[in-house]
Design a protein around this ligand. Structure first.
Ligand SMILES: [Zn+2]
Length: 282
């Protein structure tokens, strides 16, 4: 596979060849930063864990520069910080039994620049080799600029795939903003209950992000528990951990759909749901 990024880091945890690791991929996550995959795509990681017929792979688009640093990392330069983040992501790939971990190492400014085609070109190159059945992305209503730019670059790349190679399902998942607000009948509800020890370990390896006091590990697991508990008021929980996602499959199938309109339409339906419930009792 030829990538335009000169700094891409490619890691195959079980030592298979790169081409085999790409080809066997069935579930693919495309995320902005190291640790985003483990927060939002755990459904895919667990689905493929320990199996030989399903393989999860992860793409991290940015280089992790500019992240906050404290504790043992407080004197780290940007370059040292990038290295530690690459190494943490590789650890997660080993723990989660990923098929292949690709870190494209683009600066976040390149991801945010619609004219910088190399980002979506590299995502396209990975998609063309992996042809995944299920793809996990950020959701377009996230509040982190790089996350939103990353999902746009990924959708651009997915739309370039020939129709027969497009994934059956594309999910936009939660990181910096929950998706509890999506109307229940529109939520893609992704179970995340299996292998809780693995789920914990996957989040725990990102020490450089957690050490400053941001307990992403506890928060991500807590959100899954909260999602499951508050999802349906009249039922007992069949599954005690859920990740919510926006179903973005339609955006990939129909390249003419505006990403902004698609997202705002969901907000409009939420608005109407709130309004009609209040009106019912007023
Ligand atoms: Zn992120």
């Amino acid at each position: 596979m030829k990538l335009k990024s000169k700094k891409a880091d490619i890691f195959v945890p079980n030592g298979s060849s790169e081409s085999e690791a790409l080809k066997r991929t069935t579930h693919l996550s495309i995320a902005a930063h190291q640790d985003d995959t483990e927060i939002f795509a755990y459904n895919g990681i667990a689905e493929c864990f320990g199996r030989s017929d399903k393989w999860f792979s992860s793409v991290i688009v940015t280089d992790g520069a500019g992240s906050p640093r404290s504790g043992v990392y407080k004197d780290y330069t940007d370059e040292q910080m990038k290295e530690i983040r690459i190494s943490e992501q590789r650890k997660a790939a080993s723990i989660g039994d990923y098929s292949i971990q690709i870190q494209l190492a683009y600066p976040s400014s390149a991801v945010k620049n619609p004219a910088a085609k190399e980002v979506s070109d590299d995502i396209f190159a990975i998609l063309a080799e992996t042809k995944p059945q299920v793809v996990y992305l950020h959701n377009p209503a996230d509040k982190h600029d790089t996350h939103v730019a990353c999902v746009i670059r990924a959708i651009e790349a997915l739309r370039r795939l020939p129709e027969k190679d497009r994934p059956a399902k594309v999910y936009g998942c939660e990181v910096w903003r929950n998706l509890d607000w999506l109307c229940d009948d529109e939520k893609a509800v992704l179970p995340a209950s299996d292998y809780k020890n693995v789920a914990g370990a996957l989040l725990g390896v990102f020490d450089s992000q957690i050490t400053g006091g941001k307990r992403y590990d506890l928060a991500a697991i807590g959100r899954r528990l909260a999602n499951a508990t508050f999802f349906a008021s009249h039922e007992t929980d069949e599954c005690d951990s859920l990740i919510f996602a926006m179903d973005l499959t339609g955006l990939v199938k129909n390249a003419k759909l505006s990403i902004a309109d698609f997202t705002v339409d969901a907000i409009e339906r939420f608005r109407n749901d709130v309004k009609s419930r209040i009106n019912k009792f007023s």
